[in-house]
Structures are given as C-alpha cells and as structure tokens.
Write a protein that binds this ligand. Structure first.
Ligand code: ADP
Length: 589
C-alpha cells in the first residue's frame, strides 16, 4: 500500500515537475514580452513628447526670426510709412504662414513731451480721434503706432501704451536692456475678441545702422519695439507631432511651476486620464521658461496594447498542459507496462505452480489407482487358478476372493467418482436434489457403515445427536460430505476415538467431526480445502487430496460453511454449518 502510494506520488511528481517548469517558462516569457510592450509604449510616448517640444521650439524660432526680419525693415529709418509696412506684412502672408498670430506692429518709444506731437501726427495721417491710452503721466511711453493686419480688432490696439501694463512692461524692460527678443508671460490680448490667453514677443529697435552693445547705449538709442502678439490656442494647435490631440495631450504653463493660474493652454479641457503616461519638459521662449506637460489618453494605451503577452501566456499554458499530459501518459504507460509484466510474472508463477501440483497429482492418482488395480489383478489370477484346479471347488475361498475383487472395484469406483465430481464442480455442472433430510439419522447410518472399518482400525466411533435436526438438503451429497470427514478422521485419527456431534437451532444445523490424531499445522489449514492439496506425504497416507476440496464445494453449494480447528499432534475438528431451509436462504452465513 505504502509502496504503491509512494510510486503514485513519484509518478505524478514527474508530470507535475514538467508542468511547473512549463509554467515558470511561460511566466518568464510573458513578463519579458510585457516589459517589452511597456518599454515600446514608453519609447513611443517619449518620441512624441520630444517631437512636440522640438516642433514648439522651432515654431517659436521661426516666429522670432520673422520679427527680427520685420525689425530689419525699420533699421536705419523708423519712419516707415503705414502703407509700406502693410505691403511688407502682406508679402509675409502672416495669417496663413504663422498660425496663431494676432498682430505684428511697432510700439514707438516716446518721452512724455513727445506725446502731443505724436498724437498730432496721427490726426494728420487720418485718425482724427486718435489718442494715447491709458492716460498716464510717465517719463516714457511705448505706444502702438503701426499694427497689421489692419482690421477692426487690431485697430483697437492703436495708441495703446504698452508700458502701462506690468506683464508687458517686464518684457519690454528685458528687451530694452538685452537687445534681444523678449516674450511676455501670460497676457489677455487686447485685439482678440474672444479674449484668448496669449503672449507677445518684443524685439527692440534702435536708431542707426549698427546695433548698440552697452545697456547705456541701448537706452539712449531706443526707438521702439517691433512686436508680435500671439493667440495661445491657435498657436499651439497649429503644431504637428505624432498623436497630438488624438492620443496625446499637451498642457502649457508659463514659468517652471505647474499651476492653474499659470496655465497657458491645454488640449484636454477635462481632467487628464489617470493611469496614463506623463512627461514634463521645459523650453525657453525668448528669455522666459515654459513648462510643457505631455499626457496620454486612454486611446494611446489601448492603441499600443499588444496581444503578444496574452498569446505567449495562452500558448505557454497550453504547452505546459500538453507537456504535463504527455509526461503523465508516458509515465502511466510505463507504470502499466511494469504492472503488466509483474502480472505476467505472477501468472507464469501460478501456472508453473499449477503444473507442478497437477504433475504431483497425476503421480499420486496413478499410484492410488494402481494399488487397487494390482490387488484386483492378483485376486483375479488367484480365482482363475482355483477355477482351473482339478477337483471340487472351494466355494468359500472363491467367495472371499470375489468379495476382495468387489472391494477393490468399489475403491476404484470411488476414486473415479471423486475425479468426476471435481470435473463437475469445476465446470459448475453440480446440481442439488433437495429433500427433507434428518441429519442425526444420516450420521448414525453412516457411523454404522463405518463400523467394520473402525473396528478393524481399533477406533471407537461415537455419535452424539440428541435432537432431530431436519433440513432441506441433497441427501447423497451430504452423505459424501460426512463420509469424507469421517473417513479422514479414521484415516488420520491414529486409532484414537472419533466423535461426531450434531447440534443446531431453528436456522442452522451444525455437525462436528472430531479426532485425536495427527492434526494439521496452521500453515496447512487453509490449503487442505484446495484441489489436489495434501498436508501429508502419499507414502504415509494414500489419497488424492480431493476429499476436502469436494467437501467444501458441496457445503458451500448448500449455502453452508466449513471450518477447521486443529493442532498438530492433538487432533482435528471439522465443523460444518448448514442452513436448515436450504441454499440461498437468510439463514446462510
Ligand atoms: P486425501 O485425504 O485424499 O489426501 P483430502 O482432501 O481428504 O485428501 O485431505 C487433504 C489433506 O488434509 C490430507 O492429505 C491430509 O493431509 C489433511 N487432512 C484431512 N483430514 C485430516 C484429519 N482429520 N487430520 C489430519 N489431517 C487431515
């Protein structure tokens, strides 16, 4: 049991080990592929973000270049005519080529006492209601004088003193001192009817052909600022990079901190998708930093989702399972083959043993048949000689001779009958003729039959059957059972008394045949009921080893049971229980 359990565990362990290995490899491969997928996704996002920031930077560079170019128009002569400036900006096609641009123009640098002359000149140029606004007495003013495209909206900018507004003022200050383009922070555009958030870039304009190099010279020679005003939304949405506004969002902040008031623009008005990727970059816009925050939409994650990890995991699981099944079936097949060969060996051993027993039986049977035959032959020869003797026949002697012949014939018949019974029992052709039989009476009759034999052996045979014990049995077969047991008791009884007891209750009848002879060793006790099995040598006791086999078969055919109590040297007791109602009844055990 324990070895079969151990082998069972061992057998499954091999298959389980294969399964475990398969699962480990699958888990490893799936993790590897998943990592690959997420790396690729990150790479795509990083590339798109980089492209986005580069596109923004390039656009700003182009716009600044355009403003520097515009400054070139004024260099040497700040008195460019309005129509000349218009012709120039029209040739630039600013609206078409520079998305997001609201206006380009010139804010003239004027001292307080130049204001009146400036306004008068503007009145002369055809703007009778023109004035500088907001009115504010200051040492200097930066007043919008030229603006293009010259439409209703941009017209509102005319006369605006840019220095009056702090954010613009800071940018002007930087531009003036550095001589470089300077961008404002987030401002509300005056000319934009929607009031979009925007920014302005100022490029300082100096008198003379050569640009001043010191702050002081810059202060002295300042003539004004060429400016470009930009609508943030249109400016950013004109950008082109992979996934922008479809799978990737961009939010821009003025400065280096991410905060709601500093927000210049966002392509997702709602909250960004949680769980997506995020990247934050900073770019310099004409002297001020902008913070760019790129985020992914759900569509980016689904679009870059790969079925490879699932395929690998599914395929791996399937392979592992197959491996498990194949290993198990192989191991099972081997175990079955081993079992089959063990079974084969066992059957071969049994067959060999059976052949041995049969051979032994044949020699015993030959011997057993030969003994009465020899004696019969001798008797017949003797009788023949007597019959041929001259003179009167000795009839008494003849009769004794014939009697002996008859005894030997009976013995031969019994032997042959036993063989026939065994053949019948083996092929299941035994049929019982049931009738009412009184067991005590049957035992007593058989004891009478054995009387002569018992006397000859000097054995006292006693029957104890105090009460009648009737049952539905086959009389002849029961006779056979009792004859076998009683003749064995006499044969192996060592001349000691033999007792036969009949007892029972309403259901069961019981016969005990007890001798005080050689007894049977415990190891032989079960074997003696088998076919051809004998516990003693045929040299000492004749017999075919069939009697007890037939006895047990007959008892069991009656639904009964035979048992043996014995000790070697002290005798044996054979106990037969029979259901009184016959075979196949509740009384049987
Ligand atoms: P047989 O007596 O013809 O050999 P049985 O089948 O009747 O065959 O008995 C089988 C064996 O059981 C005998 O060979 C003998 O060894 C043993 N045996 C049977 N009855 C007794 C008994 N009363 N006492 C001791 N041994 C017995």
């Amino acid at each position: 049991m324990s070895t079969s359990l151990a082998s069972h565990v061992r057998r499954n362990a091999a298959a389980l080990l294969a399964l475990l290995m398969g699962l480990l490899v699958t888990a490893g491969a799936t993790t590897y592929i998943r990592r690959g997928v997420s790396l690729r996704r990150q790479q795509l996002f990083d590339d798109a973000s980089r492209d986005g920031s580069v596109a923004l930077q390039q656009r700003l560079d182009v716009y600044q270049a355009m403003l520097l170019g515009t400054r070139g128009v004024f260099t040497g002569s700040a008195a460019v005519e309005r129509h000349e400036f218009r012709a120039y900006t029209e040739s630039l096609e600013v609206r078409q080529r520079y998305p997001g641009i609201q206006a380009i123009g010139l804010a003239r640098w004027l001292s307080q006492d130049e204001l009146a002359r400036h306004e008068a000149r503007m009145h002369q140029e055809g703007f009778p209601t023109y004035r500088v606004w907001p009115e504010d007495a200051r040492e200097h003013h930066a007043v919008v004088d030229l603006v293009e495209p010259f439409d209703v909206n941009n017209l509102r900018m005319l006369g605006f003193d840019v220095l009056s507004e702090p954010v613009r003022q800071a940018a002007l200050e930087r531009a003036r001192r550095s001589g470089l383009p300077a961008a404002t922070g987030k401002v509300r555009l005056i000319a934009d009817p929607e009031g979009q958030a925007g920014f302005v870039i100022y490029v300082p304009l100096y008198a003379g052909m050569v640009e001043p190099t010191t702050p002081q010279a810059r202060g002295e020679r300042l003539e004004g600022f060429v400016f470009g005003a930009f609508r943030m939304k249109d400016f950013v949405e004109g950008l082109r990079f992979q996934g922008f506004q479809s799978t990737i969002d961009l939010t821009l902040y003025d400065g280096v901190t991410v905060s709601e008031p500093a927000r210049l623009y966002t392509s997702h008005p709602g909250a960004p998708d949680a769980g997506g990727l995020r990247k934050q970059l900073t770019v310099q816009v004409a002297g001020v930093p902008w913070t760019l925050v790129f985020t992914t939409r759900e569509a980016f994650m689904t679009g870059t989702r790969s079925s490879h990890p699932f395929t690998v995991a599914g395929g791996g699981l399937l392979m592992s399972l197959l491996l498990f099944l194949v290993t198990r079936s192989q191991v099972n097949a081997r175990a079955l083959a081993e079992q089959a060969s063990a079974e084969h060996r066992r059957l071969a051993n049994e067959a060999q043993a059976a052949v041995r027993v049969r051979d032994e039986f044949l020699s015993v049977a030959a011997h057993e048949l030969r003994t009465p035959l020899t004696s019969l032959k001798l008797q017949l020869q003797l009788l023949f000689r007597q019959l041929r003797q001259p003179g009167p026949l000795d009839t008494e002697r003849l009769e004794r001779g014939v009697e002996t012949c008859e005894r030997q014939t009976t013995r031969l018949t019994k032997l042959v009958d036993s063989l026939l019974d065994v053949a019948r029992l083996s092929s299941g052709r035994m049929e019982l003729q049931l009738e009412d039989v009184e067991l005590g009476e049957l035992v007593r009759e058989l004891a009478r039959r054995f009387e002569m034999e018992a006397q000859a052996a000097g054995v006292r045979l006693e029957v104890d059957a105090p009460e009648p014990m009737t049952g539905r049995w086959d009389r002849l077969r029961l006779e056979q059972v009792l004859t076998n047991l009683m003749s064995n008791a006499l044969k192996y009884g060592h001349g000691a008394p033999v007792d036969v007891r009949v007892r029972g209750d309403v259901e069961l009848a019981c016969v005990e045949v007890k001798d005080r002879g050689i007894g049977i060793a415990p190891e032989d006790a079960a074997r003696v009921f088998d076919r051809f099995e004998r516990a003693v040598s045929s040299r000492h006791y004749g017999g075919l080893g069939l009697g007890l086999f037939i006895t047990r078969q007959l008892v069991e055919a009656h639904g009964g049971h035979i048992s043996l109590e014995s000790r070697p040297g002290e005798g044996s007791t054979f106990i037969v229980h029979l259901p009184r109602a016959g075979p196949g009844t509740p009384g049987q055990r």
